[in-house]
Design a protein around this ligand. Structure first.
Ligand code: NAD
Ligand code: AHE
Ligand code: ZN
Ligand code: ZN
Length: 370
């Protein structure tokens, strides 16, 4: 079939809207019509050329919501008409990782996914006979896409797909990092570095976890309005403290440091600050931000010797097929905010504008509606 997609032909260039060719689902695969997709900073990161796994040409996008149109041979868990959220972290339920009970990082198809290919090693997208790669196993910047069955969470059809698409990455990642990775305890102090879709969701998660103090940190003070509405107790702009390292500012604000910090930017210098603003003896810092090729984190080992802990979190530690439908249900029950995170709704033709809005710091999330 033909479908409309935003193609990234090369790094650093705007996306181009094309009628691409899409092959139907093979065994174990599913054809999904994407109804809406968010634009995450990771899409911009890969488009920039900084992603060591970034390959081109590619159809980006990994924060979608859609409806199943066709299933390939052997698919049993979804059928045409089902509402689904694509999962860049699938859940096969059978691999060593899924069975470990210790991680959400299913590895059943990670190798081919990282090469922009379906599990059988080929791509379903092409134009004029030349293959175009998949992205993070999702490629939600296409009106139709093909995914492995194990990379689909079946959700309540009552949920608006142009909202719950944000559970495909940003909101789940932030909340999950608080509840699953850090396991923030009631009464804790929390510092959140970077107030985009991820950082704002960390604030939401910290409120759910009943943190007593939530310090929101960003170089863009326009983000503080929403941070406070979500429950941040303090807002700090590092630019207001040019002569004092931001970790020292936070340590002084909190009588020795926070119990938990979250880096939601992808800046290795800020990752160091986020670790070093943690309380001696027990403070834990969670890295969520994704840093470019060749970049490394550093600190004095003494920071760890004296009890601070560095952890990382991918998709908030959430197992997509078994746990994501519960997040949708919590949204429908009014227990979880999503609508507030949608700052702009745009047609696919304006997707490059969505990237501009993100870089200008004017949105929490843009949602593309097909
Ligand atoms: P975003 O661009 O919407 O937000 C980033 C925020 O950081 C902005 O508000 C910006 O003003 C702020 N910022 C930039 N430099 C800063 C600095 N030096 N100090 C303080 N604030 C600063 O991005 P997002 O979509 O929220 O994504 C955030 C990061 O999380 C990205 O690196 C993204 O790739 C990553 N991410 C990781 C996962 C995961 O599973 N680990 C999932 C989603 C996104
Ligand atoms: N390709 C990058 C890694 C990017 C990365 O860490 N991605 C996160 C999700 S970001 C979603 O917005 C993730 O899930 N990582 C686990 C994994 O298996 O990719 C690189 O540095 O190579
Ligand atoms: Zn993302
Ligand atoms: Zn698995």
């Amino acid at each position: 079939m033909k479908t409309r997609a935003a193609v990234a032909w090369e790094a650093g260039k705007p996306l181009s809207i094309e009628q691409v060719d899409l092959e139907g689902p093979r065994a174990g695969e599913v054809l999904v019509r994407i109804v809406a997709t968010g634009v995450c900073h990771t899409d911009a990161f890969t488009l920039s050329g900084a992603d060591p796994e970034g390959l081109f040409p590619v159809i980006l996008g990994h924060e979608g919501g859609g409806i199943v149109e066709e299933v390939g041979p052997g698919v049993t868990s979804v059928k045409p008409g089902d509402h689904v959220i694509p999962l860049y972290t699938p859940e096969c339920g059978k691999c060593k990782f899924c069975l470990s009970g210790k991680t959400n990082l299913c590895q059943a198809i990670r190798a081919t996914q990282g090469k922009g290919l379906m599990p059988d090693g080929s791509s379903r997208f092409s134009l004029h006979g030349k293959p175009i790669l998949h992205y993070m196993g999702c490629s939600t910047f296409s009106e139709h896409t093909v995914l492995p069955e194990i990379a689909l969470a079946k959700i309540d059809p009552a949920a608006p797909l142009d909202k719950v698409c944000l559970l495909g990455c940003g909101i789940t990642t932030g909340i999950g990092a608080v509840l699953n990775t850090a396991k923030v305890t009631p009464g804790s102090s929390v510092a959140v570095f970077g107030l985009g879709g991820i950082g704002m969701s960390v604030i939401q998660g910290a409120v759910m976890a009943k943190a007593a103090r939530i310090i929101a940190i960003d170089t863009n003070p326009e983000k503080f309005v929403m941070a406070k509405q979500l429950g941040a107790t303090d807002c700090v702009n590092p630019k207001d403290y040019k002569d004092t390292p931001i970790q020292q500012v936070i340590v002084e604000l909190t009588d020795g440091g926070v119990d938990y910090s979250f880096e939601c930017i992808g800046n290795v210098n800020v990752m160091r600050s986020a670790l070093e603003c943690c309380h001696k003896g027990w403070g834990e810092s969670i890295i969520i931000g994704v840093a470019g090729a060749g970049q490394e984190i550093s600190t004095r080992p003494f920071q760890l010797v004296t009890g601070r802990v560095w952890r990382g979190s991918a998709f908030g530690g959430v197992k997509g097929r078994s746990q994501l439908p519960g997040y949708v249900d919590r949204y429908l029950a009014g227990e979880l905010k999503i609508d507030e995170f949608v700052s702009a709704e745009l047609p696919l033709e304006q997707i490059n504008h969505a990237f501009d809005l993100m870089h200008e710091g004017k949105v929490i999330r843009s949602v593309i509606r097909y």
